[in-house]
Design a protein around this ligand. Structure first.
Ligand SMILES: [Zn+2]
Length: 410
């Protein structure tokens, strides 16, 4: 038997958690608190007051959660005192854990599975700890990689791979990519070779293709964006000094656009090419008020690649915002079907393809990021005799990510 102290202004202790509070005894005008508030057995214990207040104490069993046995005003007061005590005690540590809204991913795609999360990776992985869907599991494997838990990621990806005989190509491509990444994180990239090979065959998602393209097997051999390719330095064509005030910093590079110079040009000597490029720069700076030549690279009829505007500066070749993160490559010549036109040389096409592949590897994008100028604007550029070549090449890049990624393909 534990006594209830129902007297106002006394310290009370509320069982079963024994939090301390103060019974102010003023709450006689509020609604009667629900008895469930006190479920689990209650006791307001203040034995130190027993001797002097024994007359108003009510004896009550702590195992009986109901207060109805306390009679009259005493019981009402006791109930309100208890309620107040609990409320006040609660105020001491008002711990309310608010979980932000989280919607489990419902699709498998590069945008969703590799998305930058709304929650920290740890928190999101916990939310997904019981997920059974492929989209949830693949997202979780990705998060586990972000948290440097390759073992967990291997398990999670394997769940998707092996729990059923009927896995979709999409799920499998993601699961295998994630597994290969987990092996790589463990320092055993070679164990993921088969997974990568399968993923490359199956992957249709552009973002996944991009990740599969240059990423895992091809080490970056050179810090130069054009790698081992021979590129004539800017100084080789004796450029005018660029007008820095009229140049913008290049943003993250994510695409390449092909142009022609729209001037008939068949010369194969490097001196002729150099002066042609200098002429284009004069035209761009003098007549169009550009800060420099508009293109980042130019390819002459012999297949020589020339450095134009430096890559740290945004180009001026596709019009306004289309230049953002966009490398401009100009193939010298006028590839129209008129008598003043010409076809691109085989060397030019080969160099254009090599340069594009190299840039894609370096900046990690895929065939979907290769454009013609005419994709942005109603123009013939890069000319009806060049455009189909670029389009076919882009389609090849999109469908043959595997071959692209293999160094011997170069
Ligand atoms: Zn153009």
């Amino acid at each position: 038997m534990i006594p209830y102290d129902i007297w106002p202004n006394r310290q009370v202790t509320v069982a079963p958690n024994y939090r301390r509070g103060y019974c102010l005894g003023a709450a006689t005008n509020g609604p009667e608190p629900p008895m469930s508030s006190f479920a689990g057995g209650i006791a307001v214990i203040n034995e130190q007051f027993h001797p002097e207040r024994l007359d108003v104490h009510t004896q009550h069993s702590p195992m009986d959660p109901r207060m109805r046995s306390i009679d009259g005003l005493g019981s009402i007061r006791a109930v309100y005192c208890l309620l107040l005590a609990i409320l006040l005690a609660g105020c001491e540590t008002p711990y309310v854990h608010k979980r932000p809204v989280y919607n489990e991913p419902t699709s498998v795609s590069g945008r969703v599975t590799f998305a930058r999360g709304q929650l920290p990776a740890q928190a999101e992985a916990e939310r997904l700890s019981n997920t059974r869907t492929s989209s949830g599991l693949l997202r979780r494997a990705w998060l586990e990689l972000q948290l440097h838990r390759p073992l967990a990621a291997l398990d999670t990806a394997a769940t998707v791979l092996f729990r059923s005989d009927h896995i979709s190509a999409r799920d499998e491509s993601f699961a295998r990519y994630l597994r290969a990444e987990a092996y790589r994180q463990q320092g055993h990239a070679e164990r993921g070779d088969y997974d990568l090979e399968r993923a490359r065959v199956l992957a249709l998602d552009p973002e996944l293709q991009r990740r599969l393209l240059p990423h895992v097997l091809v080490p970056k051999v050179s810090s130069s964006p054009w790698g081992h390719l021979a590129v004539q330095p800017r100084s080789a064509w004796n450029p005018k000094r660029a007008n820095r005030n009229n140049l913008e910093r290049m943003k993250r590079i994510r695409r390449v656009t092909i142009h022609h110079s729209a001037m008939y040009f068949r010369e194969t000597h490097s001196r002729a090419a150099a002066s042609q490029i200098a002429r284009i720069q004069r035209e761009h700076m003098g007549n169009r008020d550009y800060g420099d030549i508009g293109y980042h690279f130019l390819i002459d009829p012999s297949g020589r690649i020339w450095e134009g505007r430096q890559l740290r500066h945004q180009g001026a070749h596709s019009g306004g915002p289309n230049n953002i993160g966009n490398i401009g490559i100009c193939v010298l010549g006028n590839f129209v079907r008129k008598s003043s036109g010409q076809g691109p040389s085989a060397s030019q096409i080969r160099s254009m393809e090599q340069l594009v592949v190299q840039l894609m590897r370096h900046y990690r994008f895929g065939g979907e990021a290769l454009y013609c100028h005419s994709d942005f604007k109603n123009t013939q550029c890069p000319g009806p005799r060049m455009q189909p070549i670029v389009k076919q090449f882009a389609a090849r890049l999109r469908s043959q990510g595997t071959k692209l990624a293999a160094p011997e393909e170069e």
